[in-house]
Design a protein around this ligand. Structure first.
Ligand SMILES: Cc1cc2nc3c(=O)[nH]c(=O)nc-3n(C[C@H](O)[C@H](O)[C@H](O)COP(=O)(O)O)c2cc1C
Length: 352
């Protein structure tokens, strides 16, 4: 029988209301992105990958990734590293900060990460990978999941070898993005491998890669037996894709909705990162929101060149005046700020 995208499932004891997981994406998956994803129908959201060494050294910017709101839960925080003990310590901090799930990154293909023995490299070092999972599982009470690529080289089937071993080591769920590390984002995700992994393990498998529509999501659920699908690039500047997959919208927003969501996202990002960091961070989002034929191309170029976010907002409202009312409604529906911020334990910020 076909799986209902709107039906709940579990990772360990954590109940997840829908079959849609918002992907962890470095430089994208800030709290504002995760909250937006939940509003549009994602059942589970993930932080971007957080360096376990950065957490362990008390690096202020890394610790900032542990800012978790009640309204984004259930939330997985993803950590990466290569030393079991440091990963275990980082996992404890993640749990203290209020994450529902600790996710471990065995998929990052970027050289800066793989050269330290972390990320996708661990797919070909099963012994160490299992030691990391075992140490993290022993350190926390929340469930631990692992996100993998298929392997390092093209055609690799390493994920099928290591997946069941990671489950034996205590992983409560596996996500597979069935491209090789070498492929980066080229070619297509080979979800025949996802189906094979599903047959090999008795924990939920989440399928990641090229999920862009409800039809694609349903086909993957039906044909691979995966428990949930993950949406990444399709959701960049495009929460309406999540809505379409969830079955709550047609994926085609009006111009004023696009502007209202973008301005809401900008304001939330300023609160999160501060005005200066947010100004640079947001530039890539303008193209993502305004592209897809929604606004003429030069409009994005114009926004990127403006010096302040106040000017960007002004230009956006001038281009879609009806957005002000939509934004007021959206802001009115948000939970009050003191309802959503968890108090971080003082130890997380080293008291400072
Ligand atoms: C900009 C960007 C950053 C990413 N960062 C992470 C990350 O921090 N951790 C991770 O496990 N995967 C990361 N990924 C991979 C995605 O989670 C996902 O597996 C991949 O993009 C395939 O899914 P998609 O086709 O839906 O985008 C990243 C992908 C992109 C495009």
């Amino acid at each position: 029988m076909a799986v209902d995208i709107q039906s709940p499932w579990r990772i360990g004891p954590v109940e997840i209301p829908t079959r849609i997981v918002l992907a962890p994406m470095a430089g994208v998956s800030v709290q504002a992105f995760r909250r937006q994803g939940r509003r549009f129908g994602a059942g589970l959201v993930c932080s971007e990958m957080v360096s376990c060494a950065g957490l362990s050294h008390g690096n202020e910017r890394t610790l900032g990734y542990l800012r978790i709101g009640r309204d984004e839960r259930p939330l997985a925080v993803q950590i990466f590293g290569s030393e079991p003990e440091v990963m275990a310590e980082a996992a404890r901090m993640v749990e203290d900060a209020g994450a529902d799930i600790v996710d471990i990154n065995f998929g990052c293909p970027v050289r800066k990460v793989t050269k330290t023995g972390a990320g996708a490299t661990l797919l070909e070092d099963p012994h160490r990978a299992c030691r990391i999972v075992g140490a993290v599982v022993a350190a926390v009470d929340v469930p631990v999941s692992v996100k993998m690529r298929r392997g390092l080289g093209d055609g690799s089937r390493a994920a099928l070898d290591i997946g069941p071993r990671l489950v034996d080591a205590g992983a409560a769920a596996l996500t597979l993005h069935p491209r090789s590390a070498k492929q980066m984002y080229t070619g297509t995700a080979d979800h025949a491998l996802t189906a094979e992994l599903v047959d090999l393990v008795d924990v939920p498998v989440i399928a990641s890669g090229d999920v862009t529509s409800r039809a694609r999501a349903q086909t993957l659920l039906d044909e691979t037996g995966c428990t949930a699908v993950m949406v990444g690039r399709a959701a960049q500047g495009n929460p309406w894709a999540v809505g379409e997959i969830a079955g709550t919208g047609d994926g085609e927003p009006k111009r004023e909705e696009v502007v209202a969501e973008l301005v809401l996202f900008m304001r939330a990002t300023v609160q999160e990162l501060g005005e200066q960091r947010a100004t640079g961070f947001l530039k890539k989002f303008y193209g993502w929101y305004l592209g897809r034929g929604r606004f003429p191309k030069p409009f994005k170029q114009e926004l990127v060149q403006l010096a302040t976010l106040a000017e960007v907002e002004e230009r956006l409202f001038a281009a879609a005046p009806a957005a002000a009312d939509v934004l007021a409604r959206l802001e009115g529906e948000l939970p009050a700020e003191d309802d959503v911020l968890l108090d971080l334990p003082i130890s997380i910020y080293g008291g400072g």
